[in-house]
Design a protein around this ligand. Structure first.
Ligand code: SF4
Length: 420
């Protein structure tokens, strides 16, 4: 195979892989101008996080962009007139090893269109990982996409060679899936997820007894949802995400704003792009649910089905629940401290620790690193200068937004002055 053909395959199959956002660097849209430096729309190498939190660069490609399915939102769908290519197993192995030796990458992120059958495709993905591990002694990070509908046996094998496995559920609700991906069944996603979850539990249990038991998918499993291709509300999306976290011990659920690339009457028009802020707000909510003790109905409910784009979900919740504030920073429970806008979990721990020794005032809180421009409206502390600010939610919201903007402008100007 000529170098040019491999290069061509790489360009087709790395470009097709960029719509998967299970890697942190995907999704940017800042193209390079002729004389600019860098290019955020490039493809081929992405970043991900290992089990111990290290950020690693990965070669991100599809094994093939041939696909027997016709999912409306996917550029790889069989009815789309696009250039197709397929790597051989050995080609992916060689590329990974060569790029690794040149220090371009620290691992591989391998996905695929469905070629012939789910099992045929999954078997080839597993073969790549197996060859890398057993023949090349490759100890870098491997993230394999699991093919919906793949057999239990192949899923079991995949986890023995990959660090992370993921099955993308793509559309958050069953009805949306039926509309946009009629070839796929909800069960095709659930079965491999269940298998991976059970294998992880079983291998971890065995390892406690028999030290030589191999590790199974040590970085766990993740999934991705496309946001905005169907009409789901943010509430529907978060309920769906919570289900996957709870039922399948997901490490991460990724929210990927729908990128209109194809015309289809089932899809929003080509001009409709999902604002990046919607993705950000979903990630913030995901974080509040997993680490801050919020439940979904507090943030999203019948009267508030979608997240505000102009303010973060914690501030939005606090403004709708002003009767619970202000709280006394020196006596409030951990749960209430975590609910104050401008106070993160690290600051909560510092406050709990510091208030064992003294009563905290504004100076202490500032030193702890609390964002007082937001928090000051929701707390009292050991300072005489506190004036209860009884502001209407919309007035308070505008005030906070204005102050945040001027703080940002000040910071930006300071940074600029460093270069003048
Ligand atoms: S099965 Fe996957 S690759 Fe194939 S059309 Fe659907 S989303 Fe695209």
């Amino acid at each position: 195979m000529s170098f040019e053909r491999i290069r061509e395959k790489l360009s087709i199959l790395a470009d097709a892989a960029k719509y998967d956002v299970s890697c942190a660097s995907s999704g940017g849209k800042r193209a390079n101008s002729q004389k600019g430096l860098g290019n955020n729309t490039g493809f081929g190498i992405c970043h991900s996080y290992t089990e111990d939190g290290r950020c690693v660069s990965l070669l991100k490609i599809l094994l093939t962009n041939h696909c027997i399915y016709d999912c409306a939102y996917c550029i790889t769908r069989k009815s789309n007139d696009t250039k197709r290519a397929a790597f051989k197993i050995q080609e992916v192995v060689d590329l990974t090893i060569n790029f690794y030796r040149r220090n371009y990458i620290e691992g591989l992120f391998l996905s695929s269109g469905i070629f012939k059958t789910p099992d045929y495709t999954m078997e080839r993905l597993v073969s790549v990982a197996k060859k890398l591990r057993l023949e090349e002694n490759f100890n870098g990070y491997i993230h394999l996409k699991s093919i919906p509908g793949a057999s239990d046996e192949l899923m079991r094998e995949a986890g023995l060679y990959a660090d992370r496995l993921s099955v993308n559920i793509e559309i958050p609700t069953k009805s949306g899936l039926r509309l946009l991906a009629p070839d796929k069944k909800h069960d095709d996603f659930i079965k491999p997820m269940k298998k991976v979850k059970n294998e992880i539990i079983q291998y971890n249990a065995e390892k406690k007894i028999i030290k030589s038991t191999p590790r199974y998918a040590p970085a766990g499993q993740s999934t991705q949802m496309i946001i905005g291709a169907t009409g789901e509300s943010d509430r529907d999306i978060m309920y769906s995400a919570t289900y996957y976290y709870k039922e399948f011990n997901m490490r991460r659920v990724y929210y990927s704003g729908y990128i209109p690339v194809l015309e289809d009457i089932r899809l929003p028009s080509l001009e409709t792009e999902v604002p990046i802020l919607r993705e950000n707000r979903l990630y913030q909510t995901d974080w509040l649910l997993r680490f801050y003790g919020f439940s979904i109905h507090e943030i999203l409910n019948d009267s508030h089905q979608n997240l505000d784009l102009d303010i973060d979900p914690k501030l939005s919740w606090a403004l709708r629940n002003q009767d619970l504030f202000p709280i006394d920073i020196n006596t409030a429970s951990k749960q209430m401290l975590a609910r104050v806008p401008g106070i993160g979990m690290q600051s909560v721990s510092k406050i709990l620790q510091a208030r064992k020794f003294r009563k905290l005032n504004w100076t202490h809180l500032k030193a702890i690193g609390i964002a007082l421009n937001r928090a000051q409206y929701f707390i009292t502390c050991d300072s005489k200068d506190f004036i209860k600010k009884e502001l209407q939610p919309h007035i308070l919201k505008n005030k906070i937004l204005k102050e945040s903007q001027s703080k940002y402008n000040k910071y930006f100007n300071q940074q600029l002055s460093l270069f003048s």
